[in-house]
Design a protein around this ligand. Structure first.
Ligand SMILES: NC(=O)c1ccc[n+]([C@@H]2O[C@H](COP(=O)([O-])OP(=O)(O)OC[C@H]3O[C@@H](n4cnc5c(N)ncnc54)[C@H](OP(=O)(O)O)[C@@H]3O)[C@@H](O)[C@H]2O)c1
Length: 375
């Protein structure tokens, strides 16, 4: 089943499933409000279940998909996850909105491919122990974490000295802070190497994406924040690396195409042939790496701060950023305000060390209101 099937990851996942052949069957699809595309996908795949988060789309979707059981609202998505006859769930909703459905999949003990990094950033401390308790396999889909996951098969977790998450650097890698102050949403939506949904594209431009990924890696692999390094690698060929205690560094490489990590999560522990295009080494001129610049990209610092603090701080940073990105896309704040507001809200938060799910959701609501109050 694919949660968020109308998005960039969801559409790529459907292509992968088609490439895998008749053994792979879609049993459920979901969207927020793009009922038209969801209905087309349901017809194409014959999915027996579909859910639309925006209840206004329910009637039209039901009429467009007569043979399919249609559910609506955020609870409809959770109900779909609970009732589908699935063995694999791709969590590809964007933002904290994906958390409830991801948790429902983990509660069922299914194999869950997690693209929705925000659910781990917000509630990794609840989600990962729950997965162990219920026997759910969490397979990262974020290209960097998929790379680390793959590199970890070369040794033991206890033998890992550190991991290197690579970052393209985004469209403003070489821009000054003064230039970045003038950035418009259209500028920020032009990514040099990856084709992605709008929120993650803007997160890549601020490097908040890498900040969220540091927190995601901490939860996924149980590493200390000090064991997670970030390297800017403009070619986006080395997707991440693991350094072991003997100094050996294992890298996972390939073209920047999300179909590769999506397929890996779907077919794990096997590999399939429906992923991204092969890398043409003759066309690769250089593999460059440089340290990120925390002065021009302060968001990254916030990721480390939240990773060290733990508790409710990931939920707060994530929510503040989500709200600030929305305000930036509506042109109500500037590009540099995204990190500035996120930092202000994180600094005002009284971190709860071991929060319950309700406290995490409350921290999320508080952070969004604080952003509105600060701007
Ligand atoms: N795109 C990439 O290359 C990439 C790479 C690594 C990780 N990721 C992660 O994968 C996730 C998805 O990213 P994306 O780029 O595919 O995003 P996207 O293109 O914006 O798609 C988001 C999907 O989530 C649905 N959705 C949005 N808000 C929702 C809500 N409130 N309730 C239920 N469904 C909702 C959308 O439905 P509608 O179409 O109806 O709005 C759409 O199906 C994100 O967490 C992102 O960080 C993406």
């Amino acid at each position: 089943m694919i949660l968020g099937s109308t998005g960039s990851i969801g559409r790529a996942a459907l292509e992968v499933v088609e490439g895998l052949g008749p053994g792979a069957r879609i049993v459920g699809l979901t969207a927020r409000d793009n009922g038209q595309l969801l209905a087309e996908q349901v017809r194409r795949t014959g999915a027996p279940l579909a859910a639309i988060a925006d209840e206004r789309g329910y009637d039209a979707l039901r009429r467009a998909c007569p043979g399919t059981r249609v559910m609506a609202g955020p609870e409809g998505l959770v109900e779909l996850v609970r009732s589908a006859d699935a063995d694999f769930v791709l969590a590809a909703i964007v933002g904290a909105a994906g958390l409830a459905a991801t948790l429902a999949a983990v509660e069922r003990g299914l194999a869950v491919g997690v693209a929705n990094k925000e659910s781990l950033v917000v509630a990794g401390a609840i989600l990962m122990p729950l997965a162990r308790q219920r026997g759910a396999t969490i397979i990262p889909v974020d290209s960097e974490h998929s790379a680390v996951f793959q590199c970890l098969s070369a040794g033991r977790l206890s033998e890992v000295r550190k991991i290197y998450l690579t970052a393209s650097g985004g469209p403003f890698r070489t821009w000054s802070a003064a230039q970045m102050a003038e950035v418009t949403p259209a500028d920020a939506l032009r990514h040099p190497t990856w084709s992605m949904g709008p929120k993650i594209t803007i997160d890549s431009a601020t490097m908040m994406n890498k900040a969220l990924e540091v927190i995601e890696a901490r939860h996924l692999f149980g590493l200390a924040a000090e064991q997670i390094d970030v390297l800017v690698h403009p070619q986006s060929i080395v997707h991440s690396m693991v350094e072991y205690c003997d100094g050996s560094i294992i890298a996972q490489m390939g073209t920047p195409d999300m179909k590769t990590p999506i397929q890996y999560a779907m077919t794990y522990p096997q590999r399939g042939a429906a992923g991204g295009a092969a890398l043409d080494w003759k066309a690769v001129r250089a593999l460059e790496f440089e340290p990120p610049d925390p002065e021009r990209f302060p968001a990254l610092r916030l990721g480390y701060e939240a990773a060290r603090l733990g508790g409710s701080s990931g939920a707060v940073l994530n929510a503040a950023n989500e709200r600030a990105v929305d305000l930036f896309r509506e042109r109500r704040i500037g590009f540099l305000d995204i990190a500035r507001l996120s930092e202000r809200v994180l600094s005002r938060h009284r971190c709860i060390a071991e929060p319950t799910l309700e406290q995490l959701l409350e921290s999320d609501r508080w952070a969004r209101m604080e952003v509105d109050a600060c701007c």
